[in-house]
Design a protein around this ligand. Structure first.
Ligand code: KG4
Ligand code: ZN
Length: 414
């Protein structure tokens, strides 16, 4: 029993209440799963996690939002530099959180195992070599994403795999968002099983895609955006209004305050087409033309004031147009595929109002919907990458030529 946390839990076992003992027994049964150290640097989050089966044992996400906020979007050169500065710390912190010495009380040990942190570099000295012995394989996001950002994670993963003689697994980031509702905390919650097939919808800053999730690692893309992604449309509109980056959360807050989503009827793009594709760029343009009579590009908030427009109602109407389009297209997808079990992943599904719309939709169709269970799983994270890596490892899908692994910025799911 080399892991100090497991040793500690074992020693404490007899003092614990029965419910907790049952959970721990379940946890000990999982000890034969591979432990995978996963890395994701696909966009503006430097992330690493340790996964065992579907359980997240340790998870660190170092967000770059504060760096990009004032530019109204992700600046590639700044993202690259921030990833380079933080990747070593993020990986070391992830290892330390799980394998480090246990000196705190039992509950906080558990709390530490699945919480995301965004801390500054600390002078903690870490013996990576000692901790990494307990890791069975390294996983990394190969794409899609920002090329200069992906490169940083891939370089680190290759370096670790070669130095410590570990197997390497490459993962598609979009698959990660599809698997995100199945990622469990260290206690194995949520306890849901796979019931294929699912109708998957990924809605993030870079993608809006319908996927039939047929079985483990088997997908068919049946629709996607022809231009901007849903999250991108929210981000660009927020930028136009001078609300900073990312736009989704601010627009959600303003829309909630507005209480009137019908202030202006913005177009619902592509609803007349019979396919399952999206196009959000025209909607963004229509928003721009609505604002134009008074637009001062750098400060949309003042512009709306001068025309006596309520920025909250504007945000609410725009959000409604994006979400209504998503829901109506999803309804079409349910009818066309006859799949009523829905999975929705990606940053935009952090939105609680959108979750309600999806719940109402599946209720009307006697279906069901799964979302990521924890907030950090809606945005970019390495935990979801590690979970897929586990399924790939079961099938022996390791990278054959580690030196030859390269980023694929436009990596499709197939
Ligand atoms: O999955 P994600 O973190 O990164 C990508 O892979 O793109 O998604 C980021 C996107 C951004 O466009 C952001 O505005 C949006 O998710 N987002 C939201 C919310 N939180 C983040 N959109 C709507 N409501 C939110 N609460
Ligand atoms: Zn993502």
């Amino acid at each position: 029993m080399t892991n100090p946390q497991i040793k500690f839990k074992y020693q404490m076992f007899k003092y614990l209440p029965t419910g907790r003992q049952v959970e721990l027994l379940f946890e000990f049964c999982h000890l034969n799963f591979m432990k995978i150290l996963a890395i994701d640097t696909s966009c503006d989050e430097t992330a690493a996690a340790i996964i065992e089966g579907r359980r997240v044992l340790s998870n660190v996400i170092y967000s770059q939002i504060l760096i990009h906020k004032k530019w109204g979007g992700v600046v590639p050169s700044l993202a690259k530099r921030a990833h380079e500065e933080r990747i070593d710390f993020v990986v070391e912190e992830t290892l330390r959180k799980f394998f480090g010495p246990v000196s705190v009380s039992f509950p906080s040990v558990l709390a530490r195992t699945h919480h995301s942190t965004a801390r500054r570099l600390d002078p903690f000295h870490l013996d990576t070599q000692k901790f990494i012995k307990n890791i069975d394989a390294i996983a990394v996001t190969q794409g899609p994403g920002l090329a200069v950002a992906l490169e940083v994670g891939i370089k680190k993963a290759k370096e670790l795999a070669k130095k410590y003689n570990k197997k390497l697994i490459s993962v598609n980031h979009l698959e990660g968002h599809l698997y995100s509702p199945f990622v469990q905390n260290s206690r194995g919650n949520p306890k849901i099983d796979f019931k294929f097939p699912y109708l998957g919808l990924i809605i993030s800053g870079g993608h809006t895609e319908f996927v039939i999730f047929k079985n483990h690692l088997e997908y068919e893309v049946i629709g996607s955006t022809l231009d901007d992604a849903a999250g991108e449309a929210l981000d660009k509109t927020a930028k136009l209004l001078g609300l900073g980056y990312p736009g989704g959360p601010v627009i959600e807050r303003l829309a909630k305050e507005a209480g009137n989503k019908d202030f202006h009827n913005f177009p619902r793009p592509m609803l007349k087409s019979n396919d399952l594709n999206f196009s959000f760029s025209g909607l963004k343009t229509s928003f721009y033309y609505f604002l134009r009579p008074c637009v001062i590009p750098s400060d949309g908030a003042k512009a709306t004031e001068s025309r006596n427009l309520d920025i909250r109602q504007l945000a609410s109407s725009f959000q409604e147009a994006v979400f209504d389009t998503l829901i109506k297209k999803t309804e079409r997808a349910i009818k066309q595929t006859e799949i009523k079990r829905l999975i929705v992943g990606g940053g935009v599904i952090a939105n609680l109002y959108l979750r309600k719309l999806f719940r109402d939709l599946v209720k009307r169709h006697n279906g069901s919907v799964l979302f990521p269970s924890y907030k950090y799983l809606t945005g970019d994270n390495a935990a979801m990458i590690g979970v897929i890596a586990g399924f790939k490892a079961e099938k022996g899908l390791f990278v054959k030529n580690i030196d030859g692994l390269d980023r694929i910025p436009r990596f499709n799911i197939s």
